[in-house]
Design a protein around this ligand. Sequence first.
Ligand SMILES: *Cc1c(COP(=O)(O)O)cnc(C)c1O
Ligand code: SF4
Length: 457
Amino acid sequence: MADALPVIADVPKALKPPVDPATLKHKDLLDGDFWRKVPAYAAVDEATFLDHRWQSKHTITRADKLLAAIGGLVPQAFIDDVEAGFRRAPMAVRVSPYLLSLINWEDPYNDPLRIQFLPVGSRFLPDHPKLGLDSLGEQADAPTPGLTHRYPDKALFLVIDTCPVYCRFCTRSYAVGLDTEQVEKVQLKPKADRWEKAFAYIQSRPELEDIVISGGDSYNLRADWIAEIGTRLLNMPNIRRIRFASKGLAVMPQKVLTDDAWFQALADVNALGRKMGKEVAFHTHFNHANEITAYSKRALDRMHGEGITVRNQSVLLRGVNDTNESMGLLIKRIGHINAHPYYVYVHDLVKGGEDMRTTLQTALDLEKYVRGSTAGFNTPTFVVDAPGGGGKRNAHSYEAYDRKTGVSVYTAPSVKPGKSFLYFDPIDQLDADAQARWADPAEQEKMLAEALALPPR
Ligand SMILES: *Cc1c(COP(=O)(O)O)cnc(C)c1O
Ligand code: SF4
């Protein structure tokens, strides 16, 4: 506990009006045994709920199991809708008890966590005609399976193909998770020989300084794998920075709190990096303030205590964080628990995810609102990961943006010089004229040509 503050009689006169307490909401973190209101967890005590093995074991992957867990909280019609969603979803479904307990079951359709993890049949929109399954071209930039070397000095190492939960908006739905009824996946199993090829490539390229270890999700790496991957990379003279990327903190803080072997492996890699004068960071992925509870703060405190730098990458999602209030609160709360809001990604073109995408304009407006509300280092850059392999571009840096057809144009001089990359607003957000044009393949090509012919700003 902090010491009591001294009482100072002479408080300087305020120049600003007292703040509305609502603007301090980011500090109110949900605590206590909130999970007990879910019938299946009514008798679960805190020690059990905090046990990461219990969380994994009780993670839900089938509609009938979901019904059994939340039975009585929602009407049957909603469960039927989820069942239809499970059948249509290109992503496998996986929801932890922690997440399930944070969903407002009185209004599941509009709940920001439900939207991210549980598909409902009635809300699907047709995919955008310009969508390809690996929309970022990660496989095209891969010298060996699971290693994407797109940028000059950094590479993305997809070490594993599973996650503690599956997000409906996942960019890597081409590889992550089990095959679903809709998609047969590329295999990225954690195979020793695949890792060896990646290590050999990374070591052979002096320009590579920075490796993102992702997947899938680092949460699902065994403790000895964290140690092996971390140590191997740090020992390469060319490597200066590594980061472990994980959705885990946001969906199962229990692992940081109770999987001591895993946590120690991460803390040891971090300590080794410091000793060697190299940077180790952990990148997490909170998308809504409701995902950040007192348990998340305890997990972050544990990481902070070990000196682990935590940064956050969010995805901009319709109905989740696409308003000034929801995005503003999210950013403040992430900063409050000592993670740095690093990026907000404009939603990639992903199969089955059209209902969650927003227009580019939404991202531009949110960025303008957020900037200035908190520390600059806690203010995320809003980025478009340009389809076709252009990489991340500052959303504001478009060369042209036809708001009517929803086509924006980006260039990436240091990544793919001389090329233009297009991003597309979701069609249902455009006016009736533009929607009609998108329904006609000949018009589609014309709209692309029109956007490319616009004068650069
Ligand atoms: C996102 C990404 C990186 C890391 O980029 P930063 O902007 O440094 O966070 C590296 N490689 C690939 C292929 C990526 O998609
Ligand atoms: S945790 Fe990351 S990689 Fe896994 S499903 Fe979610 S977005 Fe995809």
